[in-house]
Design a protein around this ligand. Structure first.
Ligand SMILES: Nc1ncnc2c1ncn2[C@@H]1O[C@H](COP(=O)(O)OP(=O)(O)OP(=O)(O)O)[C@@H](O)[C@H]1O
Length: 287
């Protein structure tokens, strides 16, 4: 197990008129190599939770153990936590600030005190992992890049820290469909190649169904459901009550089945639907 969260609660602005209980007794275990989708409607506590995981916020109550290290203990240094857990914020491109792509990605590794050779190889590897051409892009200014490219630079900066856990908070927000697909493809690629643990916060059930092997559903600062995508998306009605949906293709297959067509409704992606519908058509032709 790489992450263990025990009885985690967090209150913003305690004992003031603005007091908000954002996390309410969270207990969660994540296995090494899991790809976790964290979903929940606006204000359910997802961002607050992920900020705890890399030490940006200290809990009001409870404990977080990452790879055997209690990151909530007073004596644990933030620097150590950041090496273990990389967090890519929403709209991370706003945090780019160096004059070249290379310098921006090298910033974190340089702060770790690594030597130039190691920094260079980490920048190269991180750029390759997120699909940025090293020779063509290294000396460009991050500010003259497209939205999708800027975001990749920002993700590469976190990847270059070689964290054991990578958290991405809405990495496709604000991108066009092509940019979204590219970034998601790179994330999937990174997961396959590096075998790290990934936590993806997303409002897109399609993206979640396509990528993750475990879903955690948050509501009102608590964990409302957890399980494999198949387990979680079986509970369409409960998800709806929490202001969430199921992938469109899952919804379509369920409706198609309910009209009396003999197909499986346990379908999560377009690819699965295609296979199932072709089988159905063949059966129909042979009948
Ligand atoms: N800096 C803050 N100060 C006070 N309250 C906050 C702060 N940040 C979040 N909250 C409150 O804490 C609760 C959880 O918010 P959080 O941002 O973690 O939710 P979220 O699920 O990430 O939402 P979204 O999907 O909109 O990003 C909400 O009630 C929110 O209003």
């Amino acid at each position: 197990m790489i992450i263990k969260i025990e009885n985690l609660s967090y209150v913003y602005n305690p004992e003031s008129p603005f007091e908000t209980k954002a996390l309410d007794n969270i207990n969660l275990e994540i296995e090494n190599g899991d790809f976790v989708g964290l979903i929940g409607h606006t204000g359910s506590g997802k961002s607050t939770l992920v900020q705890h995981l890399n030490g940006l916020i200290r809990p009001t109550r409870g404990k977080i153990i990452i790879d055997g290290l209690d990151i909530t203990a007073k004596e644990t240094k933030l620097r150590t936590v950041r090496q273990e857990v990389g967090l890519v914020f929403q709209y991370p491109e706003y945090q780019l600030f160096e004059e070249t792509v290379y310098k921006d990605i090298a910033f974190g590794p340089r702060n770790l005190g690594l030597d130039e050779g190691e920094i260079d190889s980490r920048v190269k590897k991180a750029m390759e992992l997120v699909g940025l051409d090293f020779e063509n892009m290294r000396d460009r200014s991050p500010f003259e890049l497209s939205g999708g490219q800027k975001r990749r630079v920002a993700i590469a900066g976190v990847v270059a820290m070689e964290p054991k856990v990578l958290i991405l908070d809405e990495p496709t927000a604000g991108l066009d469909p092509k940019g979204r697909d590219e970034i998601l493809g790179e994330i999937q690629n990174l997961y396959k190649k590096e075998g790290i643990t990934i936590i993806l916060v997303s409002h897109s059930m399609e993206d979640i169904a396509k990528l993750v092997n475990k879903i955690v559903v948050m509501s009102g600062g608590q964990i409302a459901m957890e399980g494999t995508p198949r387990e979680v998306f079986k509970n369409g009605k409960e998800l709806e009550k929490l202001g969430l949906g199921i992938p469109q293709v899952t919804d379509f297959m369920r409706k198609f089945k309910s009209k009396g067509n003999p197909v499986s409704d346990d379908i999560l992606t377009i690819g699965e639907a295609k296979v199932e519908l072709l089988k159905y058509l063949r059966r129909k032709d042979n009948a």
